[in-house]
Design a binder for this molecule. Structure first.
Ligand SMILES: [Cu+2]
Length: 237
């Protein structure tokens, strides 16, 4: 009897596992040497000494187009499930945050859902001007001044859009790129090159990995009965 019950329990557990959502996990690497980053120090000193004063002498920032670790760990790649739409849970999701720190946006690459709040903060002791310039109709352009210590600004976008641009008209080197998805199934690779797309329902999908400078790659996967690993390699030719 006991055996029958435990067999039954294992059977039920197995069926439940087979039908439950799984994670798509992976590692993104960059092969080859990316072009040198642009030194934005001289622009900063010229246009805005108050920004330059936020850094130790000789340690002014560069652009961050290619964020690569010592073993090719490739950060800031936006990974999503291609063609999955109408699944946004953005209205009920916790807000995402975009900060302005040291006269740079932080992070510079991020991803949110349609309808999800994006809170923009000013951690600097200087004025910024938050200017989003969407390319997809329905996502409205906005241009807001934000004083030091000023109230947070809140943005939402109704339409999916890749790399929607935020810039600052006061500091012409400041950019952030916000990708907007119509589902919660996306991730941005971290400094270790890792990403996780959580709780994907069973099914067949095309996983797309998109880097702002190097473009998109895809791989097909099937979620059946457990987590799936998908790795991508980008190459500088
Ligand atoms: Cu600014």
């Amino acid at each position: 009897m006991r055996n029958v019950l435990s067999t039954l329990a294992i059977g039920i557990l197995g069926a439940w596992q087979a039908a439950s959502a799984s994670d798509i996990i992976g590692f993104i690497s960059l092969k080859g040497t990316p072009p040198a980053e642009v030194d934005i120090g001289p622009k900063m000193i010229e246009a805005s000494p108050d920004c330059a004063a936020m850094y130790p002498p000789g340690k002014l920032p560069t652009t961050h187009f290619y964020v690569v670790g010592p073993k090719g760990e490739f950060a800031d790649v936006v990974v999503s499930l291609k063609g999955v739409t109408g699944k946004s849970t953005g209205a009920g999701a916790p807000p995402a945050t975009l900060d302005q720190k040291g006269c740079l946006y932080s992070p510079q690459i991020l991803a949110i859902q349609t309808g999800q709040k994006l809170i923009v903060k000013n951690s600097d002791n200087c004025i910024h001007n938050v200017h989003c310039t969407p390319a997809v109709p329905g996502n409205g352009e906005r241009n807001d001044v934000q004083m030091p210590g000023g109230a947070d600004l809140t943005y939402t976008f109704p339409q999916p859009e890749m790399f929607l641009r935020f810039k600052c008209d006061v500091h012409p080197w400041m950019f952030a790129w916000v990708s907007v998805f119509d589902s919660p199934y996306f991730s941005v690779s971290d400094k270790d090159g890792k990403f996780v797309i959580k709780n994907v329902p069973p099914g067949k999908y095309t996983v797309e990995a998109d880097h702002r400078k190097l473009g998109a790659q895809t791989q097909d996967v099937e979620i059946k009965d457990g987590d799936v690993t998908v790795n991508f390699t980008f190459e500088i030719k």
